[in-house]
Every structure is written in structure tokens, then in C-alpha cells.
Design a protein around this ligand. Structure first.
Ligand code: 6CS
Length: 316
């Protein structure tokens, strides 16, 4: 039988590379086939999430930047300066965190989704039409964010005028100057040519892009034990592959951008310059707890405990 798997990106982008590995493993080790539907073929992220909830497709990539509207606790991934920066710590964290794999997984189940995997897609950078060195520079800047409330709060606190938009509208909105900035990992800035419609790239160190892979819950529960194991092993292999694949990807993508557009200005904020953004992040944290209550507070505490455990394991 055929398993349909929708992703939020193109096949040659990070989610596509992961999904392709997953497909290869499943097809090499079973009679199932996997058809990957790249971004746009089945609509925006909100559409593919709904299709997976209904069981019209079996697998979906759904990023907390969107799914946080459905499951507010997931917005913990969007809290600035909360995820570890060390990629090895990150790689350990997503795999071992019981907060993710038990607590958040249970919240996905309430939405008819079985969480299969979560993985990082690289450090998020801001790309803007004017230089950003401090929150003041974002004043009056209409800044596109993914559609969850906490990202709106984040960019409010960062000094900008946040504008939530689905992905498909971002390039055009920048081109028409309806918005003047957006954030995404470097590989995506390069592959989607965001650099053509913005002139400054700023490393603020405030987050890593997280995505999730989920299956329709009924579909998953109906699988044989053997097939469940197949899915998990395929995901584990794809995970290891995608972690390795991303080593050096930010730098490589930045080189390509500089080649395509020599006039691009790249800024890395110093610790001192990051400080006002960190302070703004404190308010975002308060907002998270306000929005999610006791359950969100438990998630946040567990999240930070799991991060510390991964740090201790990886960094010693
Ligand atoms: O910014 C976005 O909406 C998109 N960014 C990434 C890296 N992947 C998919 C998502 O839709």
C-alpha cells in the first residue's frame, strides 16, 4: 500500500532530505511505498496538518511555529534563547527528552497525531531590508513570523511589528515591501532566495528551527508491531542522517548567498548586542506561562531539565 507523506519544504531541502531517507528505508524493508508531497502540492502547513489529522494522508511534517496554534504548549520551542546552541547537545536532546517524547507526544495524540520524530533544522537568522543591531532597529519593521501567537509576542518584545503569514505568501510580501523582514535557517534563506528580497542577514543566536514528523493516530495504531518498528527504525535512520547532513550547512549556504549576492551584509551580534534581545526574551517566557498555564509551566520546566541532562551527557 501507499503511504502519503506531506512536507513543508521542497525535496532538496532539509525536510525533503529527511523524508527521502525515511522513504528509502521503508521501501527497502517492506512492501509499503511512500509518496512524498512537497510544499505547495497539498496546500500550506495548516492544510497538510488537517489532512493528517483526518487520515487523508498518513505522515506529515509539521513545525511548532505553525502547530503551536493547535497545541499551545508546543510554543516552548519558540522561546528565544532557550534551546541549546551546541548542535551535538541539540541532537541528543530531541531524541532523549521525555518532555518531548512523552508529554508533548500525548498532546499530539489528543489531536489525532502520533509523534514520530522531532528534529532541528539549523540556527534561525533574521533577514531584513535594513540593518538590525538592536531592538530599536526593528521599530516600524513589519516582520513576518510563522502563525503561532508566541512568535507574535516575541517580535513585539523585540521591537518589531509582527506579521503572521503562511509560508507561501512570504516572498511576494517582501518583494512588494508589505513586510520588511523574516526569520529562517540559512539553508532555507538560500534555497528559497530570501536574500533576493532582503539585504541584511543577522545572527542573533535566539533560536533553532524545530520541526516534527507525525503520523495519523488511527493509521499508526492500526499498524502491526512489525510495521510500527519499521516506521521507528526508518525515522531513527533519517534522524541520524539529517543531523549529519546539516554539519556545515549554514556556512555552505551562506557562501552560496554571498556568491549570488555580493552586496549582502552579514552581521553576528556580540554577546553584548544580544543582551537586550535576551531581556526581551524574559517577557516572552512570562507570556508563554500565561498562555499555557500549569500544563505549559510543566512542559517548560521539563524542557529545561532535559536540556541540562543532554548538556551534562554531551559536554560532560
Ligand atoms: O518559515 C516557514 O514557514 C518555513 N520554514 C522552514 C525552514 N520550513 C518550513 C516552513 O514552512
Amino acid at each position: 500500500d501507499e503511504w502519503k507523506y506531506a512536507i513543508e519544504e521542497a525535496l532538496e531541502e532539509v525536510q525533503g532530505v529527511y523524508a527521502t531517507k525515511f522513504k528509502e528505508y521503508v521501501e527497502a524493508n517492506s512492501d509499503h511505498t511512500v509518496s512524498i508531497y512537497p510544499f505547495g502540492t497539498l496546500g500550506e502547513s495548516a492544510d497538510t496538518t488537517e489532512l493528517a489529522q483526518m487520515g487523508a494522508i498518513q505522515f506529515v511534517d509539521l513545525s511548532p511555529g505553525f502547530t503551536g496554534s493547535l497545541i499551545p504548549e508546543l510554543q516552548v520551542f519558540l522561546l528565544p534563547y532557550t534551546l541549546p546552541e551546541n548542535p551535538d547537545v541539540l541532537a541528543d536532546f530531541y531524541k532523549t527528552s521525555s518532555t518531548i517524547n512523552e508529554k508533548l507526544a500525548a498532546l499530539y495524540e489528543q489531536q489525532q497525531l502520533k509523534l514520530i520524530d522531532m528534529f532541528p533544522e539549523g540556527e534561525v537568522v533574521m533577514t531584513t531590508k535594513e540593518e538590525v543591531k538592536a531592538p530599536e532597529d526593528l521599530n516600524g519593521v513589519k516582520f513576518r513570523v510563522m502563525t503561532t501567537p508566541l512568535l507574535v509576542e516575541t517580535y513585539n518584545q523585540f521591537g518589531a511589528t509582527p506579521t503572521p503569514l503562511p509560508w507561501g505568501e512570504v516572498f511576494g510580501a517582501l518583494q512588494l515591501n508589505m513586510i520588511q523582514g523574516q526569520e529562517n535557517p540559512m539553508f532555507f534563506v538560500e534555497s528559497t532566495k530570501m536574500y533576493e528580497v532582503t539585504d541584511y542577514i543577522t545572527f542573533t543566536g535566539h533560536n533553532t528551527f524545530t520541526t516534527a514528523v507525525a503520523a495519523n493516530l488511527n493509521f499508526y495504531q492500526g499498524l502491526s508491531d512489525e510495521d510500527k518498528k519499521l516506521v521507528q527504525t526508518a525515522a531513527d535512520q533519517a534522524y541520524d542522517y539529517i543531523i549529519d547532513y546539516q554539519k556545515g550547512l549554514t556556512e555552505k549556504s551562506l557562501e552560496k548567498i554571498k556568491e549570488a549576492k555580493p552586496s549582502i551584509t552579514v552581521t553576528r551580534l556580540s554577546d553584548e548586542e544580544r543582551e537586550p534581545f535576551r531581556q526581551a526574551a524574559e517577557k516572552v517566557r512570562q507570556k508563554y506561562v500565561e498562555l499555557t498555564g500549569e500544563s505549559g509551566k510543566e512542559v517548560l520546566d521539563g524542557f529545561e531539565k532535559d536540556i541540562e541532562a543532554s548538556k551534562a551527557r554531551v559536554e560532560g
